[in-house]
Write a protein of this length. Structure first.
Length: 430
């Protein structure tokens, strides 16, 4: 006997789900209704974009143009630099106008949805035309504003840009705040991405050292992860790198990572424990490396200097401008240690009377020597050792070595010249 469809109740009818619209299971849940109306209404608004492409296109293009213009104007008006401020300015007028106009309708729709499920689909459509459209327009406007800002930043202020006289550099600046109980918890330096003119001291130094700077990693145990990091810089086209003696001392493996991110094994050529200098070497590519330029005149107290270094956890090179405050003859204690020398540095420096203090008295068999250092308020921290210290012309005047309580010190270029001469003699004799 053939099956008659009218023998089935609606709940069992194989075609009933197609013949009748299904009542949402969450229709009796107030919060679920609100979520449905907002979510589905917003989805409707997204789908409706195709029906108003000219309007949306004009809106997006305008926001992108505003974001681009505001970011470009940052070179003259630095207060425009925060990205949120730029994005906010690009969309504030439109967002505020639309929100005020639609607030009543949106509130009425959501209130009706909360009270009853009778108009669920109608409220979904209504919300899509009001609140959903507002959300979509806001997202498009904000996204376009940020995209325009990012495009301007990349095209105008990147290192390789030819369209602007400014370059954006990660810059360490001293924090200024009143001394109080909370000041002990504040870092003395803060890192900011700032614009610098390419022809002025900070920008010129950064660009001069950019391709010559080297990031070093090292380990004391062969085959183990490199858990030491420091800096260095190319002093010759054939791969001579200047860094600190304390960076290379006791290290079994040293890797040198150039500006392109290429990793090369480095070998120690010459070391000077008294002046805390070392020269290492990597095999050069066919075209060689770009070395730094050394200043012809020695730096003096009061001179502006710019350290350029890579900091662990910070993308790209950083600078931390400051001034040389004094030139000191720093005492160094040397004592025999196996076939070499153990170097003991002072533990503190008093800038008022220019005195140094050691942790203990001079040990038997140890001798005391003196090494010239440039003390100043330029930026340096753990991991910056071996970084070049440049003058306003982009010329190396010293190499960073260490510091005491905010007074950092560097080894002058004349000492660098001496160890480079020694390194070339060693290589020539092999």
């Amino acid at each position: 006997m053939p099956i008659q469809l009218d023998q089935f109740d609606d709940d069992d009818h194989p075609y009933s789900v197609l013949a009748q619209p299904k009542r949402p299971e969450y229709a009796d849940d107030k919060l679920a209704r609100e979520i449905y109306v907002v979510g589905a209404g917003t989805a409707n608004a997204v789908a409706a974009i195709k029906d108003r492409l000219p309007e949306v296109g004009l809106q997006v293009a305008g926001s992108a143009a505003v974001g681009f213009a505001l970011r470009a104007a940052e070179a003259k008006y630095p207060w425009l630099s925060p990205g949120l401020a730029i994005g906010g300015l690009a969309l504030t007028a439109t967002a505020a106008r639309d929100l005020v106009r639609l607030a009543g309708e949106i509130a009425s729709t959501l209130a009706d949805t909360w009270r009853s499920s009778e108009n669920l689909e109608a409220n979904r459509t209504k919300f899509g035309e009001t609140g959903g459209k507002f959300v979509v327009d806001l997202a498009l406007t904000a996204g376009a504003g940020f995209a325009g800002s990012a495009l301007a930043n990349r095209s105008l202020f990147s290192v390789d840009s030819k369209l602007s006289n400014y370059v954006r550099i990660n810059t360490y600046e001293p924090n200024t705040y009143e001394a109080n109980i909370m000041s002990a918890f504040k870092a003395p330096w803060s890192l900011k991405a700032k614009l610098h003119h390419r022809q002025e001291a900070e920008g010129a130094s950064f660009l001069a050292a950019r391709e010559s700077s080297v990031f070093l990693t090292a380990t004391k145990v062969p085959g183990k992860p490199h858990n030491f990091s420091a800096n260095g810089f190319f002093a010759s086209e054939d791969g001579l790198i200047v860094t600190n003696h304390h960076v290379t001392a006791g290290k079994i493996e040293i890797n040198a990572i150039d500006a392109k991110g290429i990793v090369r094994k480095a070998k120690v050529v010459a070391e000077n424990s008294r002046d805390d200098l070392a020269v290492i070497k990597v095999d050069p590519p066919e075209h060689g490396f770009k070395p730094v330029s050394f200043a012809q005149e020695a730096a003096q107290p009061g001179d502006l200097v710019i350290p350029v270094s890579r900091q662990f956890g910070v993308k790209g090179l950083t600078i931390g401008p400051g001034k040389i405050e004094s030139i000191e003859q720093m005492p160094i204690r040397l004592s025999p240690l196996g076939s070499g020398l153990k170097v003991t540095d002072p533990v503190s420096f008093n800038s008022r009377d220019h005195s140094f203090k050691f942790a203990r008295e001079l040990e038997p068999g140890a001798t005391e020597a003196f090494s010239e250092r440039f003390f100043g308020n330029y930026f340096s921290k753990r991991g910056a050792s071996g970084s070049p210290l440049l003058n306003g012309k982009g010329e190396v005047v010293a190499v960073l070595s260490g510091g005491y309580d905010g007074k950092n010190y560097a080894i002058p270029a004349k000492s660098i010249a001496e160890i480079l001469t020694e390194a070339r003699k060693i290589l020539a004799s092999k």
